[in-house]
Design a protein around this ligand. Structure first.
Ligand code: GLU
Length: 265
């Protein structure tokens, strides 16, 4: 029997929210964060994993171009920012991953698309064709010009659960600005393992930043969906991208939510 400790190749969905893609307290995309996150993606690809990214940051990337120093309240202005920012966002991923010999694919979808049988089928087919080509990293965002759910409250948390489900991923990692889920009212550190999500649904506390719209409540709802679909899901700190390969290998600092076993008939 082989004594190799190399991790098994896994299909991993990684979600980067606006809060970890922008510099703290400014709307500008954080160049060094992008470099570190894309470096971690390249390492996972070298290790043989399949990597799918769900990214926010389009609104943040467009704010400056439209002359805003703060996030506007009006939804149509957020959509305009996203439309401009999406091209800038993808340019960053394409440039940085391109330097590692990887191509990017852009997939703009809405939560509605997962519910529509024909569109869901098309999406699965597209994803399969993309994942067969080992040099491609599929990168999802909400199509913010036609849907506003993630703009208003989700920051792509629900979308990433939908992507993980449709991709039949082994692992979903939701990156946030904290190390993991913390019990409310205590500073006793993070919960490392959750086997039953229903026991921690009331742990959410509001830690949203000015440029991010997701929060722990939206993450826990998304995690409930992904673990029920059989996908192990992690909450981890997006400011520690160097630990991404460890997280995929089952190590590192994170809250791990066990997948619910799926009953096959
Ligand atoms: N899809 C949006 C984005 O990429 C959601 C996040 C937000 O509203 O800031 O920017």
């Amino acid at each position: 029997m082989s004594s190799s400790t190399a991790p098994l190749p896994r299909r991993v969905v990684i979600k980067f929210g606006s809060g970890i893609l922008t510099r703290p307290d400014t709307a500008a995309l954080d160049e060094s964060q992008f470099a570190r996150l894309t470096q971690a993606i390249a390492i996972l690809k070298q290790e043989g994993h399949e990597v799918i990214v769900v990214t926010s940051g389009a609104v943040a990337a467009g704010l400056n171009a439209l002359g805003f120093t703060r996030r506007p309240a009006e939804t149509s202005l957020l959509q305009a920012c996203a439309a401009v920012g999406q091209t800038r966002l993808m340019h960053k991923y394409a440039t940085l991953l391109g330097a590692c010999g990887l191509n990017v694919a852009q997939l703009l979808v809405t939560n509605e698309d997962f519910l529509h049988e024909e569109r869901r089928g098309h999406l699965k087919d597209t994803l399969r064709s993309l994942l067969e080509r080992k040099d491609i990293v599929p990168i999802f965002n909400e199509n913010d010009s036609v849907a506003t759910e993630e703009l208003k409250f989700g920051d792509n948390d629900a979308l990433s659960a939908g992507v993980a489900q449709i991709a039949r991923a082994d692992l979903l990692i939701l990156f946030t600005s904290v190390d993991g889920l913390m019990p409310p009212g205590e500073n006793s550190g993070i919960v490392e393992q959750v086997n039953d999500i229903s026991e921690v649904m009331d742990y959410a506390r509001d830690e949203k930043g000015e440029f991010s719209v997701g929060g722990m409540a939206s993450k826990l709802k998304a995690i409930e969906r992904s673990v029920n679909a059989g996908v192990e899901t992690l909450i981890a700190n997006g400011r520690r991208p160097e630990q991404i390969p460890d997280l995929v290998a089952g190590r590192g600092i994170a809250t791990r939510f066990a997948a619910k076993p799926l009953h096959t008939t």
